[in-house]
Ligand binder design. Structure first.
Ligand code: PAF
Length: 284
């Protein structure tokens, strides 16, 4: 496996692959890789001849007071895991390499899709995500790019960007990978104290409960939100950022009962750690 730290190195590898007619799979990550990322890399390995994993803690998607400095940086371990899962290249640029100048171009998806849910408490987040993902798409020129369903809003925003900007890439969205007890895998889980981690299980528990009610025929979105909200609020270590439901794909408010696919998503703080989780309710 090759480690590329510069744009020039990556471009050389990509150019060689293109000349040889090899298909390229890209797995964009911020590092601190876990089994969730592993599942993306494994899927990319199955479907492509060259697999590139980017490891870049992207400063532009962190707002003031967020965890940019504390975000775990574990490049050596990331390279090992990426290699084990079948990556050919890890692209790990510095911030200066990705953002050489302070005068820069932003890529922004506008509308409800970036304003609701995480967009409400993290107003610049998705603009940072779409900007860096555009840069990565342009550099790696992937045939396929792999994202995790845990970041459900990010998935919808990137789908929109790809459609609107005619990016010539197919997106593969992989299911949420969970710990045995239900906690969604996240690089941020390492911040949790044992008590906070135990309290965090309420997220998957409450979403499972909503899913069960939905399967039993409940179609009132507000009712499902209330069930989840009450279960989470009953956990003393939790501080709810949001529990909300929106219609897919554009995250528009539900008009009446659930009639098509929708996203029930939560963001909750446990101490200083903000966890997100979600389920998709397939409607009808
Ligand atoms: O999901 C992430 O880890 C990041 O938001 C991404 C897509 C790698 C962009 O920095």
């Amino acid at each position: 496996m090759k480690l590329c730290k510069t744009v020039a190195e990556l471009r050389t590898e990509v150019a060689l692959a293109k000349v040889a007619g090899r298909s390229i799979g890209l797995v964009p990550t911020m590092g601190a890789l876990h089994e969730g990322h592993g599942s993306l890399i494994a899927a990319a390995r199955k479907e492509n001849e060259l697999v590139i994993v980017s490891v870049f803690v992207n400063p532009t998607q962190f707002g003031p007071g967020e965890d940019l400095d504390a975000y775990p940086r574990t490049l050596e371990a990331d390279c090992l895991l990426a290699e084990q899962m079948g990556a050919d290249i890890v692209f790990a640029p510095t911030p200066k390499e990705m953002y050489p100048s302070e005068d820069m171009t932003w890529v922004e998806v506008t509308g409800d899709i970036t304003k609701v849910l995480c967009g409400h408490s993290r107003p610049i987040h998705f603009c940072g995500v779409t900007t860096v993902v555009s840069k990565l798409f342009n550099l790696a020129q992937p045939d396929w790019a792999y994202f995790g369903q845990k970041d459900a809003q990010q998935v919808q925003v990137i789908k929109r960007m790809v459609k609107d900007l005619f990016f010539n890439v197919q997106l593969r969205i992989m299911p949420i990978v969970r710990e045995a007890d239900g906690l969604a895998k996240s690089s941020r889980n390492t911040y949790l104290s044992p008590e906070e981690r135990k309290a965090g299980l309420v997220l998957s528990r409450s979403l499972r409960q909503a899913e069960a009610l939905f399967q039993q025929g409940e179609r009132d979105g507000a009712e499902l939100v209330e069930v989840v909200r009450e279960m989470i609020a009953a956990e003393p270590l939790s501080e709810i950022d949001y529990v909300e439901i929106y219609a897919l794909p554009d995250l528009t408010p539900l008009a009446g009962k659930i009639a098509g696919p929708c996203l029930l998503a939560v963001a909750v703080r446990f101490g200083t750690t903000r966890l997100i989780d979600n389920i998709i309710l397939e409607g009808a």
